[in-house]
Design a protein around this ligand. Structure first.
Ligand code: SF4
Ligand code: SF4
Length: 339
């Protein structure tokens, strides 16, 4: 059986996460979209085209991911995908909650999109719908089946929290049954809606998973799912003592674009107006300092600076005050491939 491998940050490729709108038909408990920070507008096609063109240099080395809100709510998504294809992006992914609005699967060919990435947060209707809303399990499963039947490559994202960790193990048969090619496990973080919920309902609403639960559960289940022939990725979260800490903001090339023109290099910064770049008249320009790029330069014994600032409960200290372990960059992944 293959063991998990840490996926090193690439210095030679970039990931462009493009939120073309923030509107969504669902209200998932852990949604990280924050309309106060990301706006509520739907980006017109002319801006989508202009902003894609700002990333068109060496586009074959760039992975483009269309997101929302729910990106299929955007009526011009097919035109945006085709324009990105013409510009030569290395890969094009559409992240969707599975509702697949505007008959997107009938307007796009499998040759135009590399992957449709779906989201489910439970192996059962009851658990998923408690987190993502009534009817979302059945709709998403039907969407996956339609995409697979039409010949699209598919992946699935599962945001693990205390509300659904117990069902992670049950995902293997469902993934096999649906014909999913790749499985991404995410860890819930204190961003967007979940940050508000956790502070409001501290006693029973805590969704975050602690270190012991994560380490005892996720790597083991990921290996088991990989044995069924599916590649599994999950965030590393905790570094071993001998592992070096690296901040993706310093050593990798990731862009998180929002429809109000803010561009972040780190997803943990997205609840704050500390983005490092702005789109102004279709040009990418540096944002005012101080901003997230100043945080990336700070070296602390606990690893990720933003984690210490926004979710310090993930840390633990010895009696002498030294950090027991480091928190990895949230973008550092482990991958388990089928043997
Ligand atoms: S589907 Fe995505 S964007 Fe919509 S509410 Fe859920 S997490 Fe948020
Ligand atoms: S999550 Fe932490 S380590 Fe990763 S880019 Fe952001 S600040 Fe840097």
């Amino acid at each position: 059986m293959t063991l998990p491998q840490t996926v090193a940050f690439s210095r030679n490729s970039a990931n462009v996460f493009f939120h073309i709108l923030t509107q969504c038909n669902l209200k998932c408990r852990h949604c990280y979209i924050n309309p106060q920070q990301h706006g509520q507008n739907t980006l017109p096609l002319s801006s989508i085209v202009g902003w894609l063109e700002a990333f068109s240099q060496n586009s074959q080395t760039k992975n483009l991911i269309f997101l929302g809100g729910e990106p299929t709510l955007h009526p011009d998504l097919p035109a945006a995908i085709r324009h990105a294809r013409r510009l030569g992006f290395g890969s094009i992914t559409v992240d969707t909650n599975g509702y697949l609005f505007h008959d997107i699967l009938d307007k796009i060919d499998p040759g135009e999109v590399d992957v449709f990435s779906f989201s489910l947060d439970g192996a059962t209707r009851a658990t998923n719908d408690r987190i993502r809303g009534d009817g979302s399990f059945d709709t998403c499963v039907a969407g996956i089946r339609k995409a697979v039947a039409k010949g699209f490559d598919t992946s699935l994202i599962y945001t693990a929290s205390r509300a659904n960790l117990k069902e992670l193990e049950e995902m293997a048969p469902l993934l096999m049954n649906l014909g999913i090619g790749r499985f991404f496990i995410q860890i819930i973080g204190l961003r967007g809606r979940s940050a508000c919920q956790e502070s409001e309902t501290a006693s029973e609403g805590i969704l975050q998973i602690d270190r012991r639960q994560w380490l005892d559960t996720v790597p083991r289940i990921a290996r088991r799912i990989a044995e069924s022939g599916i590649t599994v990725s999950y965030p590393k979260v905790f570094l071993n003592p001998d592992e070096e800490f690296e901040c993706a903001g310093r050593v990798a090339d990731n862009y998180f674009i929002f429809p109000n023109g803010r561009v972040y290099r780190c997803p943990l910064c997205e609840d704050y107006p500390i983005h490092s770049l702005d789109f102004k008249e279709n040009q990418l320009v540096p944002a005012a300092r101080l901003n997230e790029s100043d945080f990336f330069q700070l070296n602390i014994p606990e690893g990720c600076v933003m984690n210490k600032l926004i979710q310090p409960q993930n840390l633990s200290y010895r009696k002498d005050g030294t950090a027991e372990y480091k928190i990895a960059c949230c973008l550092l992944k482990e991958e388990v491939k089928p043997a």
